[in-house]
Design a protein around this ligand. Structure first.
Ligand code: SER
Length: 339
């Protein structure tokens, strides 16, 4: 029997990466090759066929990877998130755009070599949206994929452009001259703020939600960097991983968009704090907004319209607000910090 095909995960040591790795390992459908700047912790290594510690900007390393493995699927998760990106926009552009271009080029070469499209999965973000005012945010709480595409962060600009790059590679790459027997198959999801029970994000601007929860579970006080009214869509990490794998498996012919919204639940920072306090009554949460970070959150939509993902590939979250907290986040963070 032929061995399972190879899936490459970049940024495997990040929040989504670790959860995805565990899920792919359970399913056993792929031999997983990982690439991350930092070496994977010991416990994840047995889940991988091979692990590489290195930079996605290192083209030599990517060439080596492509030479050694017949990669059928790429989950390109490596990125610098929105707050970190505003501290160093040049670096964000290099990693988020140039790095993605390198990966797409590699996936394109693999597609030509294998004679079939390599599926290239990109987590995009609600950061691609730039809602101009709080009035507009309130008037249009659930944004569609084609609305408000004027991001105010480097990260948002990078993700929006990478969606275009993916569409270009899939439909138009080298349309003049060279013959292409196979182009890559690009699929992207615009994630809301993700909340995991296992990890705390770093460098993002939706981080106040997960930070609040993890601080409360550890009995630590938390100063929230946005005001109580700041509202965003959020999603529990298991749903995010399920969304990636469901989109991966969808029939190409059913996909009408290069990049899809996926929704789960929306809540304000105050409502997030109230939820956390319901389970951790001693949680000491105060609001001390940082103007720049609060402005970024204000520019992101309150919620997303995910009609198209539901229609095209059957998206539906398992974890609504109650289930996310009651059945996943709270029990899992409790046992995590009780250890
Ligand atoms: N969670 C990300 C951030 O806050 C958005 O995709 O930057």
């Amino acid at each position: 029997m032929a061995p399972p095909p190879v899936a490459l995960i970049t940024g495997a040591n990040g929040e989504i990466g670790r959860s995805l790795l565990e899920r792919l390992h359970q399913e056993g459908r792929y031999r997983v090759v990982t690439l991350d700047l930092t070496p994977l912790p010991e416990r994840f290594r047995p889940m991988c066929h091979e692990t590489y510690a290195g930079n996605i900007l290192d083209r030599y390393l990517l060439d080596q990877l492509a030479a050694h493995h017949e990669i059928e699927v790429v989950f390109h998760l490596a990125a610098l998130l929105s707050t970190r990106g505003e501290r160093d926009p040049d670096l964000a552009h290099q990693i988020n755009v140039e790095g993605t271009l390198h990966l797409m080029r590699m996936a394109q070469q693999q597609s030509s070599r294998l004679g079939r499209p390599v599926r290239f999965i990109l987590p995009s973000s609600i950061a691609v949206y730039g809602v101009p005012t709080l009035d507009a945010k309130a008037a249009q709480p659930r944004v569609r994929e084609d609305q408000f595409l004027e991001p105010i962060t480097m990260y948002g600009c990078n993700k929006l452009y990478c969606e275009h790059l993916g569409r270009y590679f899939m439909r138009h790459y080298r349309s003049v001259g060279a013959s292409n027997n196979a182009r890559l198959d690009f699929r992207a999801i615009r994630f809301p703020g993700l909340v995991s029970a296992d990890t705390v994000p770093s460098g993002g601007t939706s981080d106040f939600g997960p930070e609040m929860l993890h601080a409360a579970a550890q009995g630590r006080p938390y100063q929230c960097f946005v005001g109580p009214d700041a509202r965003l869509p959020f999603m529990a990490m298991p749903d995010a991983v399920r969304a990636l794998l469901t989109l991966l498996d969808a029939d190409r012919g059913a996909l009408s968009l290069p990049s899809y919204n996926v929704g789960a639940f929306s809540l304000s920072a105050q409502e997030f704090a109230d939820r956390v306090r319901r389970h951790f009554p001693d949680a000491a949460i105060t609001f001390e907004p940082d103007a720049a970070r609060a402005r970024i959150v204000d520019s992101w939509p309150a919620d997303v319209d995910d009609t198209q993902a539901r229609a095209d590939w059957g998206w539906s979250p398992i974890y609504d607000l109650d289930r996310a907290f009651d059945e996943y986040l709270v029990p899992a963070v409790r046992s995590r910090y009780a250890r």
